[in-house]
Write a protein that binds this ligand. Structure first.
Ligand SMILES: [Zn+2]
Length: 299
């Protein structure tokens, strides 16, 4: 490989997630690489580098896990903890839109996962238009998002899983290997042997390779002796799902008394979106109509 650049400058390899399947055994994998989907998300905020890196892992993980959304919907990954961060969350829709935030009282000084998240749980929520909402919860394990997700898959689906994330200030990348339910291989010892073999090869991956190699080259480097299929990649982009309509609903939920006191003081209600920073301004007469509409709905 003659490429020594640390970025994948080939635009066709950017902001995508691509699945692969080993043709002869029951193991699949997925590679995600978020470029502007990641940098557009973090550029809305002034988080310290360690928070950007962790948020990058959350965004990459949401894209990896988001492939399980079968219908129109969204997947949310979040930790509410008692570490330096009170919240970190990422969201990915079935249309490939990602967004994310972190919340803290004081700017975090420490950089490792345990210090940032504290004692928390990882909550995975899937809202889909054509299925009941799903929520999975796992305690934070092993000092990383990758090991917490590994535990989650092993507990919820009894499938061996391995994840690796590599994030810098330009791209958020992830690599996943996962056992599939028994199909091509039925002997449990054989299954276990296959997994150990593919895992050992996968674990030789480096951050530089994940950042700079095309998916074809990366898979050739790791698994040139295996037969595998590479599927059509899915594209991702940054997009906030906030709207004037949703913000109006949030305004109504504040309550008339509170809203009236804001109007008395400021002459209008301004609500900013925590994800993208967009400010929605509601003038007094508009607020009055909104609150009246709500009154009609109640009776
Ligand atoms: Zn927004």
């Amino acid at each position: 490989m003659s490429q020594s650049s640390s970025d994948n400058t080939d635009i066709s390899q950017q902001d995508l997630c691509q699945r692969f399947l080993f043709s002869d055994v029951d193991v699949r994998g997925e590679i995600v690489r978020l470029n502007s989907a990641y940098t557009d998300t973090i550029s809305n905020h002034a988080y310290p580098p360690a928070v950007n890196i962790l948020l990058g892992e959350f965004l990459a993980a949401a894209a990896l896990l988001g492939s399980t959304i079968k219908y129109e919907g969204r997947l949310v990954l979040q930790v509410r903890g008692n570490g330096e961060l009170s919240l970190i969350m990422s969201e990915c829709t079935s249309e490939g839109a990602v967004r994310g935030i972190a919340r803290y009282q004081q700017v975090p000084q420490l950089t490792d996962f345990d210090a940032l998240t504290g004692d928390g749980v990882l909550v995975i929520t899937i809202d889909s238009s054509r299925a009941d909402p799903y929520q999975g919860i796992v305690s934070l394990e092993g000092g990383s998002l990758a090991s917490s997700l590994k535990t989650y898959f092993e507990q919820s689906e009894q499938l061996k899983t391995w994840l690796y994330f590599a994030v810098d200030d330009k791209q958020a990348c992830g690599f996943m290997l996962q056992q599939l339910p028994s199909g091509r291989q039925t002997d449990s010892e054989e299954r276990a042997g296959t997994w150990e073999h593919l895992l050992a090869l996968g674990q030789t991956i480096t951050a530089a390779e994940l950042h700079s190699l095309s998916n074809e080259d990366l898979l050739h480097r790791l698994y040139h002796q295996e037969r595998l299929e590479l599927f059509t990649p899915r594209k991702f982009h940054y997009q906030c799902s906030c709207s004037r309509e949703r913000t109006a609903r949030a305004l109504i939920s504040i309550g008339k008394k509170e809203v009236d006191s804001i109007l008395a003081e400021h002459g209008a209600v301004v609500i900013g979106c925590e994800f993208c920073g967009h400010e929605y301004r509601f003038e007094a007469d508009e607020v009055e109509v909104l609150l009246e509409d709500r009154g009609e709905q109640l009776h």
